[in-house]
Design a protein around this ligand. Sequence first.
Ligand SMILES: [Ca+2]
Ligand SMILES: [Ca+2]
Ligand SMILES: [Ca+2]
Length: 219
Amino acid sequence: MKKLFCSVTTGLAIISLSSFAYADFYDFEAGSAPAEITGGTVTTTGGYSAHGFGTYFNWSGGNAITLNLSSLGSHTTLDLEFDLAIIDSWDGSVTSVAPDYFNVTLDGNSVFQETFDNFTTTDQSYTGSPITYGSNIYKSGWNDSAYHISLTGLTHSADSLTIAWFANGGGWQGGNDESFAVDNINVNTNNTPVPEPATMLLFGTGLAGIAGLRSRRKK
Ligand SMILES: [Ca+2]
Ligand SMILES: [Ca+2]
Ligand SMILES: [Ca+2]
């Protein structure tokens, strides 16, 4: 029994080594964007401050918002979380002025592409719960919305990265008609070691032992 307990503890200890190796957070509350984030405008316009945004980074066309990081060190996956403001007359998936896509790319590869609609959620592809929806909190008369986007476990191991946020699509109108903003950007890298075969065998033996004990107790 004592030996069994030690085996399980060893297995859990190896798994718990899966911790973040690099972390960065951007909330723009200093009133400016750091050099590694470009393509948008720092603003406090409208009512987004009441929804956890404070100062945030607004995009209304042109080049994408990009974040460039380097010296990330060893890692196997990456987690990206951020708050997203969907501003003004986004038209979702199916109208004469749609689709309107919001995109995120990681080193040029798409990791998120969904349509958003500020008239009805039934016409957008994104199904997550909004932070706010159905009222006009930004400058023009169109309703606005916001979401917390969580992209975890993205495969990535390069020492540097470029994350890009942008909108496009056949119905994308941009300018004062459709725009977006990002805030509270969280980037974590994870370094998950592959357990040694001997450790996995020990861990597996421990689990088998537990199963055996439970099986015997049932009888
Ligand atoms: Ca902020
Ligand atoms: Ca608005
Ligand atoms: Ca549109």
